[in-house]
Design a protein around this ligand. Structure first.
Ligand code: UDP
Length: 328
C-alpha cells in the first residue's frame, strides 16, 4: 500500500509512519513543522520506502503529485494542542479548514483516494450534567465564540462535515477518527498536553502545575494503541462515511492522581501546584471535568482492544524524556 501522511513529522504521524513501514507499506510524509519535528522521523530517513517533504499541504502543485502517487491518505496535519490553539487562533482556523478542504478535493479529483481524517474528542465540547462518556452520536455542546478553545472544536467539526459531504455527494471513501488524549514518546508539552508537561517538570524537579482543582479526569491512550486502531480502520472498506472514537477508557485518572504517579515514577522532588484556569490559559477558559470515550463502535467494527495500561504508558514517556539531550 502506498500511504501519504499529512502531518507525518508530528507525534502521532511519526508513529503511524513507523508502523506502516514496518508492515511493508510505502510511506510519504508532508509536514510544515508548525508543531512537528524533523527529529521525529530522523530514524526513518534511510529507509528505502520512506520519503518526506517539508512543505505545507496548501502547496497544491506538490499535493497533486503526492495524492496521485498514493493509495490512501492519512490526514493528520492540523493545528493541535489547547495552548497552541489559544495562541494561534487564526492559523488554527485557516489550517484546519483550508488544509482539509485541499486534501479532500484533491483526493476526489485525483482518483477518489481513500482518506482517513484525524478529528478529536474536543468535538463533543463542554460538560453536561451527569454525562462523562461520549459516543459518536452524542450532541456537541459549545461555549461562546469569545473563547478560542471552541474554535478548535468547530474547525474539526467542519472538517468532519466536509468529509461526510464528500462521501455522500462524491462517493469519496472517508473515515473520521476522533482521538481521545493520545500520549507517548515524542509528544512535546510545548502546546499544552498534560502528560509530557508533567514528566518534564518532574524530571527537572520543577513545580508540577495542575490547572484547576485537579479533580477533572481524562482517559489516556498510548500512541501505539491509537496507531493500531487507525490502521485497522483503514483496512475495513465497509466503514466509510462514519466517525470512530479512538481511546482507552480503562486508563481513566484524575489529574491530581496523574501528577502524583508521575512524581513517584520519576522519583521527583517537585512540589505540586494548583493554578487557576484564568492564569494558565485565558480569562473565561472552560475545561471539561470528565471525558471518556465510548469505543463500542470501534471494537464492534475492528475487534480493536487497547493494551497499554497507564503505568506502562507513563514509563515509556519517562524513558523517552530521559534519553533526550535536554528536557523539552
Ligand atoms: N492540565 C494541567 N496542567 C498542564 C496542562 C494541562 O493540569 O500543565 C490539565 C488540563 O486543564 C486538562 C487536563 O490536564 O484538565 C488535560 O489537558 P490536555 O491539554 O492534555 O488535554 P485536553 O484538555 O484536551 O483533554
Amino acid at each position: 500500500m502506498r500511504c501519504l501522511i499529512t502531518g507525518g513529522a508530528g507525534f502521532i504521524g511519526s508513529h503511524l509512519a513507523e508502523a506502516l513501514l514496518q508492515r511493508g507499506d510505502t510511506v510519504t510524509v508532508i509536514d510544515n513543522l508548525s508543531t512537528g519535528r524533523v527529529e521525529n522521523i530522523a530514524h526513518l530517513k534511510e529507509m528505502k520506502d520512506f520519503t518526506y517533504y517539508i512543505d505545507t499541504i496548501m502547496n497544491k502543485t506538490l499535493m497533486i503529485e503526492l495524492v496521485e502517487k498514493c493509495d490512501v491518505i492519512y490526514h493528520l496535519a492540523a493545528a493541535v494542542g489547547v495552548r497552541y490553539v489559544i495562541d494561534h487562533p487564526l492559523e488554527t482556523i485557516l489550517t484546519n479548514v483550508g488544509g482539509t478542504e485541499m486534501v479532500l478535493s484533491l483526493a476526489h479529483e485525483y482518483g477518489n483516494k481513500k482518506v482517513l481524517i484525524a478529528s478529536t474528542s474536543e468535538i463533543y465540547g463542554k460538560d453536561r450534567p451527569g454525562k462523562s462518556v461520549f459516543n459518536e452520536n452524542d450532541d456537541r455542546v459549545l461555549g461562546p465564540t469569545s473563547i478560542s478553545r471552541w474554535s478548535y472544536s468547530c474547525t474539526k467539526a467542519l472538517d468532519e462535515f466536509l468529509a461526510l459531504a464528500y462521501f455522500k455527494e462524491k462517493k469519496l471513501p472517508v473515515t473520521i477518527i476522533r482521538f481521545f488524549n493520545t500520549c507517548g514518546p515524542r509528544q512535546t508539552g510545548r502546546y499544552g498536553m498534560v502528560v509530557p508537561r508533567f514528566v518534564r517538570q518532574a524530571l527537572a524537579n520543577e513545580p508540577i502545575t495542575i490547572y484547576g482543582d485537579g479533580k477533572q479526569t481524562r482517559c489516556f491512550t498510548d500512541v501505539s494503541d491509537a496507531v493500531k486502531a487507525v490502521m485497522l480502520l483503514a483496512d475495513v472498506q465497509r466503514l466509510y462515511g462514519e466517525a470512530y472514537n479512538i481511546g482507552n477508557p480503562a486508563n481513566k485518572v484524575t489529574i491530581n492522581a496523574l501528577a502524583k504517579r508521575i512524581k513517584e515514577l520519576t522519583g521527583s522532588r517537585s512540589p505540586i501546584h494548583h493554578i487557576p484556569y484564568d492564569k494558565a490559559y485565558e480569562k473565561g477558559f472552560e475545561d471539561m471535568r470528565h471525558r471518556e470515550p465510548d469505543i463500542t463502535k470501534l471494537k464492534r467494527s475492528t475487534k480493536f482492544k487497547p493494551e497499554i495500561e497507564i503505568d506502562e504508558l507513563l514509563s515509556r514517556i519517562v524513558m523517552d524524556f530521559k534519553h533526550k539531550p535536554k528536557f523539552t
